[in-house]
Design a protein. Structure first.
Length: 276
């Protein structure tokens, strides 16, 4: 049976067994980046795309370059073997923090050693329809550098998800600071409108998602402003590397949920070359 496994500082074990120093800036200040990667049938899917985004984000935030594919390939293969996921699916999380701070405060140490760790958890991709609301409490800052990076700081997403659950929904769509629909709490937004798939542009403040990029590069979707809300004739999807969830209701208005969500997600996964 597949199991959850983790690695840090040369040690393998269960996540609850391994130790992260209390001085780590990722723990204290959310000063770090991560990537969540689908593992399917013994292989990390879309690994080059994920690592390219990871490296670009580190550069944007003034961090040292994270481990490369050459550095990680053997470690990932070992993690898949140890977690018994060679014939199953899982979620691989790669973490990169700025390392331990020196005393109090947010100032970046002149000399600091960045820290890497990973976890691999059994996980099945999800395609079930969901109900969403528009968050009234949280917004994406379209002008913030951090909006373009997958950082450890998920407070806004967590609060928006709590807001949705209190309203009897599964997830929330977020406006940006200009009042335009931008994304979900942990996924990009695709909208089928007037015969085509559109997705908010990166200038909206959405995360540059790997599956979103695939949809654009293959000509399946194009960037366009979605507006303040979904229209009754729209079909909507929340998509990321682990799921593609059709929106069947938004702000208590029924929508026609796309029936081809899983097929679209699989098409994006399969196209575009090698997964390793």
């Amino acid at each position: 049976m597949p199991v959850t496994i983790a690695w840090i500082n040369g040690r393998w074990g269960e996540p609850d067994e391994l130790q992260l120093p209390l001085s780590d800036r990722g723990l204290q200040l959310a000063d770090g980046l991560f990537e969540t990667i689908l593992v399917l049938d013994g292989a990390a899917q879309l690994l080059p795309e994920h690592l390219a985004r990871w490296a670009a984000s580190a550069e944007l935030l003034g961090m040292d370059p994270p481990p490369s594919q050459r550095d990680l390939s053997g470690l990932i293969d070992e993690a898949i073997v140890k977690s018994k996921l060679h014939k199953a699916s899982g979620a691989l999380r790669l973490n990169w923090s700025r390392g331990s701070g020196q005393g109090r405060g947010i100032g970046i140490p002149n000399v600091n050693k960045h820290r890497f760790w990973l976890t691999l958890t059994p996980y099945s991709p999800r395609f079930q329809p969901i109900k969403t609301i528009t968050s009234r409490l949280e917004r994406r800052n379209r002008d913030s550098v951090s909006s373009r990076c997958k950082t450890f700081a998920y407070t806004a997403a967590i609060q928006a998800r709590r807001e949705a659950e209190r309203a009897g929904a599964d997830d929330a769509l977020l406006h940006n600071t200009q009042g335009e629909l931008c994304c979900g709490t942990v996924a990009n937004l695709l909208v089928h409108r007037e015969g085509r798939w559109i997705t908010p542009p990166l200038s909206s403040g959405c995360l540059p998602g790997v599956m979103r990029a695939r949809a654009l590069s293959l000509g399946i979707a194009m960037e366009a402003d979605v507006g303040e809300t979904l229209q009754s004739s729209d079909q909507g999807l929340l998509i990321n590397s682990l799921s593609c969830r059709p929106i069947e209701m938004h702000d208590h208005q029924s929508l026609t949920a796309p029936s081809s969500a899983q097929e679209l997600w699989q098409l994006l996964l399969d196209k575009g070359g090698s997964n390793r």
